[in-house]
Structures are given as C-alpha cells and as structure tokens.
Design a protein around this ligand. Sequence first.
Ligand code: UDP
Ligand code: MG
Length: 311
Amino acid sequence: MTVKRISFVVPVYNEEENLHEFHKRLGKVMEALPYDYDLIFVDDGSSDSSHLILAELAEKDEHVQVYFLSRNYGHQLALTCGLDNACGDAVITMDGDLQHPPELVPELLKLWEDGFQIVQTVRTATEDASFFKNITSKAYYKIINSMSKVEITPGGSDFRLMDKVAVEAFRHYRERARFIRGLVNTLGFKVATFEFTAPPRFAGHSKYNLRKMLHFALDGITSFSNLPLRWAFYIGIVFGLMSFLVILHVLYVKYVADDAVPGWATMTASVLFLGGIQLVGIGILGEYIGRIFEEVKQRPLYIVGRHLGKR
Ligand code: UDP
Ligand code: MG
C-alpha cells in the first residue's frame, strides 16, 4: 500500500520568531504518524528575515517547499497560492503563528480517515483576542449570516483539512475578493466541524490591522450577498413615498394656508436628508462596482517570484 501524502499550506507574513518553532512542532507531530507529508510555506512578501529562515528550512528539510510571492497579497491569496500548488491526498491549511496548534493535526486526520472530505475548525475562543475583536467578530457573523444564503460558521477559521477532491473543486473558484471560509461552505462534500481554543500567538503581533480586517469583512459580505443593493432600493422607495407626502404638505401651505415662506426648515431638512440617503445608495453601488471592476480585469491573483524545494 502506498503511503498517503498530506500537504500543509502555511501563509507567512513577517513571522520570523515563529517559523523555527512551527517547523519543529509540526515535524514532531508528523514523525509519529504514518503519512508522507510536504510543508508548503507561502511567503506573502515578508519584509523581516522570514525569507532567510524559510530558505534555510527548505535547504535542510526535504519536506519543505517555499513559494515566495512577489509582494504582500494578503492572507487569503497566500492561502490560495498554497492550495493551487498542493498535491497531497489531503491538504491542511494553518497559520504560521502557532494559533492553529500542530498537535491537533492527528485529530483532523482521524476525521478525514473516517470519511469526512472537509474538516472545518471552529474557534470556541481566542485566548489573546481583544474585547473589541471578540465583540466585532460575533456581531459580524450575525450580520453576514442574516444576509447571505450560504451559512458562514461563526468563529470559523482557516485551519482546515480538505480532501484532494475538495481542493480540486476549490481551484475552480478564481475570484479575487475571496472569503475562503465562505467559499468552502459552498463546495458541498461531507463536512465535519472541529472545535478548538486558539492559543495566543507564539510571538509577534497580528498582521491584520483594522484596515485589512474591514476590507476582509466587506469582501465577505459583498461576495455572499446582494442585500445591501436591495436596501438602497427599498430605502429609496420609502423616502420617495415620504417626499410625496412632503409635496402634498408644500402644496397645502402654498395654496390653502397661503403662507409659503416659513417652509424653510422643512426644505432644508428634507434636502439634507435625501442627499444623505442618496450618497449612501451611491456608496453601496460604488462598493459593488469597484469589485466588479477588480474582477473583470482578470489579473493574476498572485505572482510567485521564486520557488524553493521539491515539488
Ligand atoms: N498573513 C499573510 N499575509 C497577510 C497577513 C497575514 O500571509 O497580509 C498570515 C500570517 O503570517 C499568519 C496568518 O496569515 O500566518 C494569520 O494572520 P494573523 O495571525 O496576523 O491573523 P489573526 O490570527 O490575528 O487573525
Ligand atoms: Mg494569528
């Protein structure tokens, strides 16, 4: 019987203090298991010494491959590069900061051996997450699930096992703005969920700043729901009807009550209000059109500058 091969995909952005530890801990876990494996690091344009450490790991460990992206493309596209190039019988994606503990890998593999084609992990808690991140994350998943037809698992993380058939299916999704945890839920297949508590980062700080987080959140909503566009339409209708009432009032003041000048307050208020609502509508349109523009250009999702290791 041939030994099954597991590919690990690990996006890395300035994780110099974590890489040796990650490599050591994952190696130890895999040594004890009856699988062949490759460890695919995707360097997402790191500017610290991560690239040196990755080159050194590829040099001394034949399991290691590194794809160096030509610049920083973001977590989701770095993951995509790894998934595009992973050829194992199962692929496990995990962060390089040890918040996805390598020691849980055997449990994911067991579920895979039991016949599940996707094992989606769910964070019951993140030990170092701020109060702000916890609250906004909870609220976000409520909002997105009330809007999207696809169920998006609250607390879902990108620590995930996918059988090669699921990976093959996933590769057909070529959109740029990607919210991988939502896309994976549209694939189908037999899915198991696995709960874990994410420990604090081993070292360093989160590479998601508020801007990246916000962008990611909007990508999630706009890729899975057209509802905001519809809101703009509904709000437009409601205010259209209301302004009709205002027009009736204006006609009344002019022709029946015959004191037209004091209407100034009504005028100003309604102009400001309608203007505001229109801007919101245009903003929502703009958000979607901007994304259409990004997608129709069909630019490559990422560019690999250099590859190290045996494919
Ligand atoms: N990451 C990446 N590109 C980025 C930001 C992050 O490849 O632009 C990697 C990062 O190195 C880590 C993983 O994605 O391995 C998750 O990032 P992070 O730990 O900063 O996110 P958090 O756990 O705080 O949500
Ligand atoms: Mg992290």
